[in-house]
Design a protein around this ligand. Sequence first.
Ligand SMILES: [Zn+2]
Length: 562
Amino acid sequence: MQNKKNQPATEEQKIKDILLREDYVSAKDIENAEEYARKTKSTIVEYLLGQQLLTRDLLGQAIAESFGVSYADLNYNQPTRDQILAIPEAIARRYRAVLYAVKDDSVIVATDNPKQPQMITALKKIFPQKNLTVAYSLKEDVEATFVAYRKPLETRFSLILAGNRRVAPEIIEEILGDALIFKASDIHFDPQEKEVVIRFRVDGVLREAGRVPKEHYENILNRIKVQAHLRIDEHFSAQDGAIRHSKDGKMVDLRVSIVPTLDGEKVVIRLLGEYVRSFTFSDIGLSAADQQLLAEASKKPYGMILVTGPTGSGKTTTLYSLLKALNKPEVNVMSIEDPVEYKVSGMNQIQVNKQTNLTFAEGLRSIVRQDPNIILVGEIRDRETAEIAVNAALTGHLLFSTFHANDSATAVPRLLDMGIEPFLLASTLEMVIAQRLVRLICSSCRFSASMSQQELAAAFPKLAPYFNQKSLTFYKGKGCKSCGDTGYKGRLAIFELIPVGRELKEIILRNPSSKQVWEIARRDGAHSLFEDGIEKVKNGITTIEELLRVAAPPEQQPQAMR
Ligand SMILES: [Zn+2]
């Protein structure tokens, strides 16, 4: 996201004026954005982008205008690798400059700060015979092109091995560096007969990153074990540890798991913390309308909010965002989790421990005695936990938890089946949320294509009712270096929210089916997971194919679109 905290306030003022003058956004939007920026110590631009009131392209154009130069859209017109390498790395990074276009006797260089006199001098030395024009591009778009300067992991491994240097620490450093750049969630070290395959999990998908000859593995393994405070002399049983890794002033928590296999000890490192900093509702994909509903439901001092979805659907992240929004010094927040996925400052987090018999139910019992205002229970898995949770929610606590159910409406009959008294559930349940993760279209190689209503109906017959314009614009990723040729980069969630109002509370007393629950929710204006996904397709955030991968169109007719 564009960060202008370091630029003088006049820049932000200029951008604001242009956005208003050219009708990019309304005065009301700016007003809301300013209030948000003040409250959250962020910028108005972060708000406008997060709320999808402004696209990055329009923002780029507005900022370019404020500098009095033209806008270079690096997503639309991607520079080739040779073009990027034409400017030496040191200069490119110092001025954040990339060669955008070359014509016979002229070059256009894009940068996020066109007002750098030394940059012009440096560029004139690189392109002596050319007419030089400077254009503006968003900072993160310029920086995304710098991946071209990075040599493949494999090449860097060979250099390290040939250099006869401190092989293990340097190789680990390179692997971690790449994992952070590509925002990997896990690093796998898979020992095979002759070599060790390094793989990254990025956006939920594992891919190979490089290979190391097996003779160096013992040193690498030992170094990881020492840093994670594990036993070096133990080779035949599983071990778990943690490393606090600091890189460029940023802290990343690494969770290390080692398991013996026939070809040696396999290491999996999970990267935590690095992507946790923001955790805002718009980052996780919650629309403005849904944010409003969630804020409403969590305003009460007691009650229960449940998030449902399969494993790996981002439920915990949603709960952390909710806690982050509600966490204030005067509020006592406690959690029982298995495992504690992220450390949240100002929150007392307890980890489930089977060895000491600290289960969800036991942990929750002791938490209630500690006078918390808000309680997070990692998951409601059994009747015992469900009963304590409902009682806690009934006796003046706001309780958040996750629950295994396919959609939000199913959660109600499933909780009743578990043996929760209907009147207790009716008086505590405030909201049920269902969610799935979708991959985002890579912003570095995104392009748009139009489709007629007929073409859409032919390709995706079930989707036609969701689109009522004659000609439709869809977005996709072409595939580029920055997304590993997948066309996708990053993920966010699609949501389905059911606020439990009076009518729903009444029907819960009568053991309803999930269909009955959904019908009432529908009448109250709830939209389905799929409909939220369609909005995200229309906004160019994800693709139809990706949406269909994680959610099916419901049987009923679509709700009137927001
Ligand atoms: Zn891409």
